[in-house]
Structure formats: C-alpha cells, structure tokens
Design a protein around this ligand. Structure first.
Ligand code: UD1
Length: 376
C-alpha cells in the first residue's frame, strides 16, 4: 500500500495538546502514514507556543506559516494564502485540523477548495451563540469536513441535526484528555519548580480571556470584582492570556493584585496573584491541586471534569454540555452572588457528585488513527 500523506495543523495554544497525541499515534504507524506538521503561527509568543512543543515532546513543524496576529479576516486570509502554498508543495491525502480557532477554519477551507479531504478533531460542539468567533469556526469547519471526530455524544446529535451523514461521524473521545492522561504521572510527583510551592496550599485558579469577558471594559471590571471578592475566601491565582493582560493594562487594576513573574512564593487570602501564561505541565500541576477553577476556557471545562475539580464557567453557555451533565462544571455567567455562594460551598466540601464522560480514557488518538486507516 502507498503511504498516505497527512498534514496535521496547529496554530493556537489549545491545538497543541489536542494534536500531539495524534502525531504520536501516527508516528507508530510510519509504514502507513507520512505525517507532516504545519504550525500557522497564530500563537507565536514563547509562552503561548514554544513551551508546549517542549512539554508535549512534539516534533518541530515541517512548515511554519508565521502569520501572527491580526483582525479575524486578515488572520484567516493570511493563513489560507500561506497554507495553499504548503498544500501545493506537499500534495497531501488528508488535512487534519483540531478545535475551533481561526487556523482550524482557514486550513480546512483551503484544503476542501483544493479537493483535499479534511478530518476535524473535536467536531460537533455547539454553544448556539453565533457572537462567538469559535462557533462560526466550528459550524463552517464541520460543514465541509469528510471525517468528523466527536468528543461527546452532543456532538453527534448536533451534526446529525445539521444533516451530516452518519458514516462521517465518529465518537472517539477526547485527545486533550489523552495528553492529560499521559502527563498525569508527571504532575502527581514532585511538581515543576515554578509552581512546586503550591503543594498542600488552598487556592482558586482563574483564567479569563474570551473577547466577551475582556474586550469590554465594563465586563472586565465585573470579572476583576469577582476575583477580588473570591480572594476573601482563598488566594486567587489569575493566569492571564496576552489578550487579557493587554486589556488589564488599559483598564488598570486594584491594589489586591500582585504581579508574579518568576517562581510562586507564599500566597495569602485577600490577594489575586497575576501570573503570565504557564507551560502545559506547570498549569496542569496548578489545576490538579486547586480547590476550584474560575474560567471561560473550553478546554479547562473538560480537564477539570476529568480531574474532578469543581469548575465555574464565567459564560452564559457551553458547547461542552457533558461537563455540566456528568462532570464538575457549572455555568455561572458573571453572577457575583451565585459565584461567591458556590465557592463558599466548595471550600466547605459541598459540590456535586461527578463521573467521567464515555471514552475519555486516554485512547482517543488511537481510535482516530484506526478510523483514518480504515477510511484510507
Ligand atoms: C484564540 C482562539 C480562542 C482560544 C484562544 C486560546 C480564535 C478565534 N480564538 O484566541 O478560541 O480560546 O486562542 O488561547 O482563534 N497574542 C499575543 N501572543 C500570542 C498570540 C496572541 O500577544 O502568541 C495577542 C495579540 O495581541 C492578539 C491577541 O492576543 O491580537 C489575540 O490573539 P488571537 O490569536 O487573535 O486570539 P486569542 O484571543 O488568542
């Protein structure tokens, strides 16, 4: 059999931990697959990209498109232009994209127009909120993909309702959880130097970066107030994405905020510790030991479900309903009273009983590669 050439695409931080397990699995079948990696360069800061390659042991990309930041149209168009060149040069049999970022939609659109089949990992998720750029990216990517790999059953239902043929849809589990399973040994022992001092401490962990929460000054002010009030219960570690940090710089912040640049030292209630983006392993270590997470991230809702850590999602909806139905997640918006009451309950040990979603067992990438193999 001729080897099949597969181009996998990464671009933004949440892509790396979702695609790494698939690359690993493809490399185990090197006699069948010629695996190439493209990094669009949507995320380019060392802390948003390079450290993840190191932590996850990913190979150097075969092509780096270095697109950088821009408006949605500019970023998407720039990726398409540069990815088209790569496809012309490589002539792949399949393009594999993950998640819902601009790189996902840009590369899938480029590929299908060149009659190259597309596989979408994490297909079918829907928040039903079209003001989210990710929702548009998900709908478009799913509507043009040939293989749709879902993480939870809601994905299958959404795709069926949208008229996607059943034979294209494969419930395989969650490759982000594959990475988590792979690294759980590392985070159980010792701990990485930067955050090692968190062992045995009680704290809340916060990450907020959605445009709807940080781009509007009024919304961001509400978020900051919530974090400050939460810190009355336990110290808050606020890990800030570059987008959030930029907005904070403009808005200013109260005197409860303490900037941490290097290793974590002592932490105390009444303070919100502002941290730069952490590496994959540092973040997992901090997340696996926290009392609760406050977030608007998609992936963290899933990781906390797997780790059984209480998660409050500061949004009005989730595209990952399984994390609420069986997992440790609750959707709380920016309702300060509700959030503080939930946090106070959690600190006293009151939270719902949870279980793990089907197939979140660390073997999703194995299933994906086996489906691709059969499809080839
Ligand atoms: C992107 C994804 C979002 C995902 C998030 C995870 C889209 C539409 N959004 O949002 O779904 O949750 O990544 O991190 O694709 N910046 C830097 N350094 C970087 C990257 C970005 O400083 O390495 C700054 C730039 O000022 C840039 C801004 O962050 O303009 C936003 O970056 P962008 O890639 O447009 O979207 P994210 O907010 O990161």
């Amino acid at each position: 059999m001729n080897k099949k050439k597969i181009i996998s695409v990464v671009g933004a931080r949440p892509n790396f931990m979702k695609i790494a397990p698939i690359l690993l699995e493809l490399s185990k079948h090197a006699e069948k697959f010629d695996s190439r990696l493209v990094h669009t360069g949507q995320h380019y800061d060392q802390a948003m990209s390079e450290v993840f390659f190191r932590d996850l042991g990913m190979k150097e990309p075969d092509h780096n498109l270095s697109v950088g930041s821009g408006s949605h149209a500019v970023q998407t168009a720039e990726i398409m232009k540069r990815f088209e060149e790569v496809c012309l040069q490589e002539d792949p049999d399949l393009v594999l994209v993950g998640g819902d970022v601009n790189s996902t939609v840009a590369c899938s659109l480029t590929a299908v127009k060149m009659l190259i089949p597309v596989a979408h990992v994490e297909a079918g998720l829907r928040s039903f909120d079209r003001t989210m750029p990710e929702e548009i990216n998900r709908i478009v990517t799913d509507s043009i993909s040939d293989l749709l790999f879902t993480t939870e059953i809601s994905g299958n239902c959404n795709l069926s309702k949208e008229g996607v043929a059943e034979e294209k849809i494969h419930l395989v589990g969650n490759t982000m959880i594959d990475s988590l399973v792979r690294f759980s040994g590392q985070i159980a022992n010792g701990g990485p130097p930067r955050v090692r001092t968190l062992a045995g401490k009680r704290y809340f962990l916060a990450t907020i970066h959605r445009p709807s929460n940080v781009d509007d000054a009024e919304q961001l002010a509400k978020v900051l107030l919530i974090l400050e009030s939460a810190s009355d219960l336990l110290p808050v570690l606020f890990v800030a994405h570059p987008r959030t940090r930029e907005r904070l710089r403009k808005l200013g912040r109260g005197d409860r905020f303490v900037e941490i640049k290097g290793e974590m030292g002592e932490i105390r209630p009444g303070c919100v510790y502002l941290l730069p983006p952490l590496s994959y392993v540092d973040f997992l270590y901090a997340m696996s030991r926290t009392t609760a997470v406050l977030t608007d991230s998609g992936g963290i809702q899933e990781e906390t479900t797997f780790l059984r850590i209480p998660c409050l999602t500061l949004r009005e909806n989730t595209e990952r309903p399984i994390t609420v139905e069986v997992g440790s997640n609750e959707i709380v918006g920016l309702d300060q009273a509700r959030i503080l009451s939930a946090l106070s309950g959690i600190t006293e040990g009151r939270w719902k009983k949870t279980s793990l979603p089907p197939l979140w067992d660390g073997k999703a990438a194995e299933r994906i590669v086996s489906v691709i193999n059969a499809w080839c």
